[in-house]
Design a protein. Structure first.
Length: 428
């Protein structure tokens, strides 16, 4: 029984690698797939043959073909010099299936429909006062939005097969509920079960910072292929993290709430209701509160409606042009982020860090204190941590949601049990 289960696992893993390669590169020959995945020609032929029968993969003759890994130097790709039949390029069938990529964020709900190749078919969004929504309204709005674009795209989209909902807050370990977030007063909001019942497809509710981390791993595997942290700098502070090439999650929830680690015991008030969190010094409302000299034990009125990006841009300029209070606010934000990272590294060891979101516009004002915090001490000091910045958190969260939904769909495609033994090879 163990041998059979292991064979199935290997078949599925080899099939997953082929589907991922086709989605990443577009049309490619069987030879190119073998080069890219490290799988033998017989395995490629067996798996792609089964995928063609199920219509997830299609083929077309290619007049010219550049093997996987070819670097575009601006010159036209050379045509094959061998005689005989031209090579056949394989590609995913965009109409084989579609997935829904949905998002719940600060005062905004969005829904996108994606084809099997990972391309956008249609999308929609609504601005809404999230704090005023009753629990049942979350799933109702999302259902209406996805239904709308499914009807608009009925002649273009393949059958809906999977849905992922990215939420700005904590999701449960099973991926069915929106457990907690400072953007809503409600807890344990059921979203996944309502969407599953309506659309009759698998649904996962996942933390948006985790989706950002998933996107970075897919986009830059050479940089983020093992362990790294992606920290969101925006209205609040979030984190997604991969450890040893696996997305980190808690025992009961999505966990990794970096913004709610303690920075200063009994310190400034955080949106979560506790005092002294990293976010209470590095979130937008916290920086604005400190720069304006407001009471650190009170939340600013702007926090209730969301702080405009233009407000933060003006504050950044004031800090750069010598305003002491603004500069001090960003210095304290950097210290809080650095202290949080130092605690994280004490548990898990240093790893690359990606700061993501509109808050990175002020990274130059925070970086000196971040690095100073990491470098303090004789023992566990980390002076040369690899840090990168990405301003588009919304785009990355969406890309991560899409790739997660498609990967989940790929895992549901049953591998061909009658394929030859070549399918069972293991590769590194």
């Amino acid at each position: 029984m163990t041998v059979i289960a292991r064979s199935d696992d290997l078949r599925r893993e080899n099939q997953r690698r082929i589907l991922s390669a086709l989605r990443a590169t577009g049309p490619v020959s069987r030879t190119g797939l073998s080069v890219q995945t490290g799988l033998s020609a017989s395995t490629i032929t067996a798996i792609t043959g089964a995928l063609r029968e199920s219509e997830y993969v299609i083929e077309a003759e290619a007049d010219a073909y550049a093997p996987a890994g070819h670097q575009d130097d601006g010159k036209e790709a050379a045509r094959p010099t061998r005689r005989g039949r031209p090579q056949v390029a394989l590609s995913l069938n965009p109409g084989a299936a579609s997935v829904g990529a949905l998002a719940v964020s600060y005062n905004r709900l969005s829904a996108s429909l994606i084809d099997y190749c990972g391309q956008l078919i249609d999308e929609t969004y609504v601005s809404v006062d999230i704090k005023s929504l009753a629990p049942a309204e979350f799933s109702r709005h999302l259902i209406v939005m996805l239904d709308t674009i499914l009807k608009r795209s009925s002649d273009m989209a393949g059958p809906l097969r999977n849905i992922v909902v990215a939420v700005q807050g904590v999701s449960d370990a099973e991926g069915t509920r929106f457990q907690w977030s400072p953007i809503t007063p409600h807890r344990n909001i059921e979203i996944g079960s309502a969407l599953e019942q309506h659309f009759q497809v698998p649904v996962k509710v996942l933390n948006d910072a985790n989706m950002i981390a998933a996107a970075l791993r897919n986009l830059e595997p050479e940089r983020y292929g093992n362990s790294f942290a992606a920290i969101l700098l925006s209205q609040g502070i979030g984190m997604g993290m991969f450890l040893h090439d696996k997305l980190f999650a808690g025992v009961l929830s999505s966990a990794a709430e970096f913004g709610h680690m303690c920075n200063i015991p009994n310190g400034a008030l955080c949106r979560c209701g506790r005092h002294g969190c990293v976010e209470a010094y590095a979130g937008y409302y916290a920086i604005l509160r400190r720069a304006g000299g407001s009471d650190p034990r009170q939340l600013p009125e702007d926090e209730k409606v969301g702080i405009e990006l233009e407000t933060m841009r003006k504050l950044v300029e004031k800090a750069r042009t010598g305003d002491f209070m603004a500069a001090e606010a960003y210095r304290e934000a950097g210290a809080a982020l650095g202290n949080g990272l130092r605690s994280l590294f004490a548990l898990l060891d240093p790893m690359p860090v990606a700061f993501v979101g509109s808050g990175v516009v002020a990274f130059d004002l925070m970086e000196p204190e971040i690095r100073a915090s990491l470098g303090r001490g004789v023992g566990l000091s980390h002076e040369n941590v690899e840090i990168h910045c990405y301003p588009d958190d919304v785009g990355l969260a969406r890309l991560g949601t899409i790739s997660t939904a498609l990967a989940a769909l790929d895992r549901t495609i049953s591998p061909n049990r009658t394929a030859d033994a070549g399918m069972l090879e293991e590769t590194g």
